[in-house]
Write a protein that binds this ligand. Structure first.
Ligand code: 6R9
Length: 648
C-alpha cells in the first residue's frame, strides 16, 4: 500500500491547476481576498456588477457575512440562459431511472430552459412570490432540478427535504420555513421499492397551515388521494402555462435556499445560503476540484436532498455548462454493478460518491466493477465522512485502475462547497487525508480546551476556519443567535466546524470525525438529541441517550440506551417497536441499530449524562472508561457494561 500518490504528469499539464499554479493562486487568495474573489466573481454573469466584494465579520455578537453585496444576478439564468447561445443542444441533465429497463432521458439546455420556465410559471400562478419558501419533497427526478431552478428564477427560496424523511420531519420543515407550497410526487421508486411521497405529504400537511398548497408530480402514475383546491397536478399545469418566464433580478445576498441539517441540539437548523457568493463558490470548486472540462459528463451520486446534491448535481455543474447525471436508484439494485453499469452506459468522466457506498460495494467482489468498461472515467471523488484507507485503496485499484486521481473532499452543509480537498493535477494524495485547503480557505487547528491556534506540524485538535469564503452559510433561518452560538461562540474569532482533525508533518489535514453530539450515519448527519427526543416521545420510554459506534458499512451506527417507564417489561418486540417509532418520527436513516435497556444512565451529580462513558461502552472499549469519580451512582456503569449490545 502506497502512502503517497503523485498526480500523473500528463494530468498536471492538462489540468486547470498544477502545483505551481495552486500555490500561486492559494497565496493570492489569502493575501488579498478582495482582489482574488473580485476577479473570480466574474466567472458568473451579473445583471448589475458588484462594486464591493467581501464584507464579513466573525466577531461573536456581530457576526455578519456578505459577499458581492451590491451585485445583482439571477442564479437560474446563470445555470441555463447564458448557455443557450453556445450549448442549447448539449445535454444538461442525464436522467437514469431506478429501473434499468426504463429508458434514460437526455435533457438539453434548451429543454431545461423551457421546463424550468413552465415550472416557474406554475409557481407564480400559485401566488408564490419573491422571498416565499417552497418545500421540495421529490425523488431524484428531473422535476426536482426544475423545481429548484424555477424557485431561483422567480426569487423564491427552496428548501429540499430528502425523500427518505418521515411525514413529521417534513411537516416540521414546512412549518419552520413557513413554506407556501410543497412540491411532491405520487410515489418514488428506489431500489425496486416505492415510497408513498404524496401520502407522506398528506400526513405532514395535517400539522401545517391549511393555506399550504400541494403540487404533485405524477411520476409513477400510482393512485393517490386528491384534495380539490389544495392539490395541483404539476405536469398538467406545466402544459397550460407559457413556455417562457423572465428571470427575476436578485441581490447577491438574497437567499437562494434553506437546507435543514442536524446539529448538537434537538431541532434541525435551517442553513441559509444566498445567491451570488454561493454560486461563484459552487461553480469554481466544481471546476477545479473535479478538473471539469467542457464536454465532460459529471456524475455526483448524492441525493438532491443533501447539500452535495445542491452544489454538485445542480448549481456547480449547471453554472459551468456541464452535463450532469441524476440517478434515481441505489448502488446495489438490481445488483452491485449498477454504479459501474451507469458509468459505462453514459461514459461518465468524473464520478463522486460517499465512502459508505464504496464500503458496501467492496464487500460484493471486484467482478461487479471489472465487467464494465470504465475507460471513460478520469477522476473519482468522495465526500461525507472520513474514508478509511482500505476503502480508498479499493476505490483506487479496482475502480480507478490504480491510475485515476481520487479527490477526498471535506466540507459541510454550512460551507456551501469544498473546503479541504486535493486538486487532481496539483496535489499528491494520501489515502484518508483530505489534504490541503481550497483557494481562500484558511483552516486552523485549535487546542480544544483553550481554543488557541496550534502552530507548526504535526498538530492535533479541532478544525476551525479563520476567515470567510464566498460559499459560507449566512445565518440559521429565523434564528441568527443560534447561528452565532453554534459556530462562533466557543472559539472566538473563528468559524468552528464541529470536526476534530490532525495536520501531519507535510501540512496535510486528516479529519477525525465530529467532536460534538452529531453522528455520521452513511455520510448523513444525525443529531443524537434528535433521536433521543424521538425515543422519549414514546409512551413507554422514560429516558434515552444516543451515541455513535463504529459500523463496518455505515461508518457510524446508532446506539441507544433506553430507560423504560417503571411498569414496562423490556422485550425484543419492544426494541422493534421503538426502532419503528424513530423511523416514523424522523425517517429510516435515524433508526437505532442497537438498543440497550438501561436501568440507569451514568450521570454527574448535576444531572449531566456522561456520554463519554456511553460512547466507550458502545464501542466495546469499556476497559478504558477514564475517570468515573464524578458519577452520582457509579454502579450503573457495571450493569451497562455487562449488558452491552456490541460485543464485536
Ligand atoms: C458535504 C457534507 C458534514 C460533516 C463534516 C464531517 C463529515 C464530510 C468529509 C467528512 C471527513 C470528508 N465529512 N466530508 N469527514 N472527510 N471528506 O457531507 O455535508 O452533510 O453537512 O456533513 O460530514 O464530519 O462536518 P454535511
Amino acid at each position: 500500500m502506497k502512502d503517497m500518490h503523485d498526480p500523473a504528469p500528463e494530468l498536471a499539464k492538462s489540468a486547470h491547476a498544477d502545483r505551481a499554479k495552486y500555490d500561486e493562486m492559494y497565496a493570492a487568495s489569502v493575501a488579498d481576498p478582495d482582489a482574488f474573489w473580485g476577479e473570480h466573481g466574474k466567472r458568473i454573469d451579473w445583471i448589475e456588477p458588484y462594486t464591493k466584494v467581501k464584507n464579513t465579520s466573525f466577531d461573536f455578537g456581530n457576526v455578519s457575512i456578505k459577499w458581492y453585496e451590491d451585485g445583482v444576478l439571477n442564479v437560474a439564468a446563470n445555470c441555463i440562459d447564458r448557455h443557450l447561445a453556445t450549448r442549447a443542444d448539449q445535454t444538461a441533465i442525464i436522467f437514469e431511472p431506478d429501473d434499468p429497463k426504463s429508458e434514460a432521458q437526455q435533457i438539453t439546455y434548451r429543454q431545461l430552459h423551457e421546463k424550468v420556465c413552465r415550472m416557474a410559471n406554475v409557481l407564480l400562478a400559485q401566488g408564490v412570490m419573491r422571498g416565499d419558501r417552497v418545500v421540495i419533497y421529490l425523488p431524484m427526478i428531473p422535476e426536482a432540478a426544475y423545481a429548484m431552478l424555477a424557485c431561483a428564477r422567480i426569487g423564491a427560496i427552496h428548501s429540499v427535504v430528502f425523500a427518505g424523511f418521515s411525514p413529521d420531519a417534513l411537516g416540521n420543515r414546512i412549518n419552520d420555513s413557513g413554506a407556501k407550497v410543497v412540491i411532491t410526487a405520487d410515489t418514488a421508486p428506489r431500489g425496486g421499492k416505492k415510497t408513498a411521497l404524496k401520502s407522506n405529504t398528506d400526513a405532514a400537511l395535517l400539522h401545517c397551515s391549511d393555506k399550504v398548497r400541494c403540487l404533485v408530480v405524477k411520476h409513477t402514475g400510482d393512485q393517490t388521494t386528491w384534495i380539490e383546491g389544495r392539490d395541483v397536478d404539476v405536469k398538467a399545469q406545466m402544459k397550460e402555462v407559457a413556455p417562457d418566464c423572465p428571470p427575476r433580478p436578485m441581490n447577491a445576498e438574497d437567499p437562494l435556499f434553506v437546507l435543514y441539517t442536524s446539529g448538537s441540539t434537538g431541532k434541525p437548523k435551517g442553513v441559509v445560503h444566498t445567491s451570488g457568493g454561493y454560486l461563484v463558490y459552487a461553480a469554481m470548486t466544481h471546476q477545479y476540484t473535479f478538473d471539469y472540462h467542457d464536454g465532460d459528463v459529471f456524475w455526483c451520486s448524492a441525493d438532491v436532498g443533501w447539500v452535495t446534491g445542491h452544489s454538485y448535481i445542480i448549481y456547480g455543474p449547471l453554472a459551468n455548462g456541464a452535463t450532469t447525471l441524476m440517478f434515481e436508484g441505489v448502488p446495489t439494485w438490481p445488483d452491485a454493478g449498477r454504479f459501474w453499469e451507469i458509468c459505462a452506459k453514459h461514459k461518465v468522466n468524473q464520478f463522486y460518491t460517499a465512502p459508505t457506498a464504496i464500503r458496501a460495494l467492496m464487500g460484493q467482489g471486484r467482478e461487479w466493477v471489472t465487467k464494465h468498461d470504465l475507460s471513460s472515467l478520469k477522476l473519482l471523488g468522495t465526500v461525507g465522512e472520513p474514508i478509511n484507507p482500505e476503502a480508498w485503496n479499493w476505490y483506487n485499484e479496482v475502480v480507478g485502475r490504480g491510475t485515476l486521481p481520487i479527490v477526498d473532499t471535506w466540507w459541510q452543509t454550512e460551507t456551501g462547497g469544498h473546503m479541504i480537498t486535493p486538486l487532481p493535477g496539483a496535489i499528491p494524495t494520501k489515502p484518508g487525508s483530505a489534504t490541503l485547503p481550497f483557494f481562500g480557505v484558511q483552516p486552523v487547528v485549535l487546542e480544544a480546551e483553550k481554543g488557541t491556534e496550534i502552530e507548526g506540524n504535526p498538530a492535533e485538535g479541532v478544525l476551525a476556519i479563520k476567515d470567510s469564503w464566498p460559499g459560507q452559510m449566512r445565518t440559521v433561518w429565523g434564528d441568527h443567535e443560534r447561528f452565532e452560538a453554534t459556530y462562533f461562540q466557543q472559539y472566538k474569532g473563528y468559524y468552528f466546524s464541529g470536526d476534530g482533525c490532525r495536520r501531519d508533518a507535510d501540512g496535510y489535514y486528516w479529519i477525525t470525525g465530529r467532536v460534538d453530539d452529531v453522528i455520521n450515519v452513511s455520510g448523513h448527519r444525525m443529531g443524537t438529541a434528535e433521536v433521543e427526543s424521538a425515543l422519549v416521545a414514546h409512551a413507554k420510554v422514560a429516558e434515552a441517550a444516543v451515541v455513535g459506534y463504529p459500523h463496518e458499512i455505515k461508518g457510524q451506527g446508532i446506539y441507544a440506551y433506553v430507560t423504560l417507564m417503571n411498569d414496562v417489561e423490556p422485550s425484543d418486540a419492544l426494541r422493534k417497536e421503538l426502532s419503528d417509532f424513530v423511523r416514523q418520527e424522523i425517517g429510516p436513516i435515524a433508526k437505532p441499530d442497537l438498543i440497550q435497556w438501561a436501568p440507569g444512565l451514568p450521570k454527574t451529580r448535576s444531572g449531566k449524562i456522561m456520554r463519554r462513558i456511553l460512547r466507550k461502552i458502545a464501542e466495546n472499549d469499556y476497559g478504558a472508561l477514564g475517570d468515573t469519580s464524578t458519577l452520582a451512582d457509579p454502579s450503573v456503569v457495571d450493569d451497562l457494561i455487562e449488558n452491552r449490545m456490541n460485543r464485536g
